[in-house]
Ligand binder design. Structure first.
Ligand code: MG
Length: 208
């Protein structure tokens, strides 16, 4: 399936909002990552030198199967074909500098290899998208552990909201936000993300 866009959701878990010292959003915070940043399970996350801290962000991703525009919340889950495990890798220092200047944080999120995604599985395999555990390990040590039950905006609400502004097309990926525990990654690390019933993702980290 060709991916034309990756729509990401920021600030969708209270724990992560607190650790970033951000404020709870009144409506979903959206940004885009370029499809050119996608890599698969087993591929290396390549860290450019000299850009400071780079963080992992474990997330549930949903992949659109049926086009949608102005989709009502009650029909929103019908747009989803597949689910996958996603790591919204972020150049945190570049993002902080951009935020401070009131500038877009595009570069911090869009660098090549900064969007690892697992093999996807049919959404029908998942009983309840709002009852999934998310776990991320760095070199075998648990760094993030959360549940999609803690989302501020549910997957259905996100799909409906996004479709008000951007038509959703087959193959589009929505990354639904990260729970608390984001932290830095270093060359030589192995980053593993698991969402039971959805998939698993393991990516080594290398410097460029
Ligand atoms: Mg994120």
């Amino acid at each position: 399936m060709l991916c034309r866009k990756i729509v990401c959701v920021g600030r969708n878990y209270h724990g992560h909002i607190a650790e970033m010292k951000s404020e709870d959003p009144m409506e979903p915070v959206l940004f885009l990552k370029p499809p050119s940043s996608l890599i698969g399970d087993g591929d290396s996350i390549l860290l450019p030198r000299g850009i400071g801290r780079i963080d992992h962000e474990a997330e549930l991703a949903v992949i659109i199967g049926n086009r949608g525009k102005n989709v009502p919340v009650e029909d929103a889950l019908d747009c989803i074909a597949q689910v996958a495990v996603f790591n919204d890798v972020t150049a945190r220092d570049l993002q902080a500098t951009a935020k401070k200047k009131g500038l877009p944080w595009t570069i911090s999120k869009g660098i090549d290899t900064f969007s690892p995604i697992s093999d996807s599985c049919p959404v029908e395999n998942v009983e309840d998208l709002q009852d999934l555990d998310i776990e991320l390990r760095v070199n075998g040590v648990i760094r993030q552990r959360g549940s999609t039950s803690e989302m501020i905006f549910s997957v259905a609400e996100l799909v409906a909201y996004i479709s008000r502004w951007m038509k959703l097309e087959e193959g589009d990926i929505i990354a639904t936000g990260t729970p608390e525990g984001v932290g830095p990654i270093q060359p030589g690390d192995l980053i593993e993300v698991v969402i039971p019933k959805v998939g698993r993702l393991a990516n080594p980290v290398q410097s460029l």
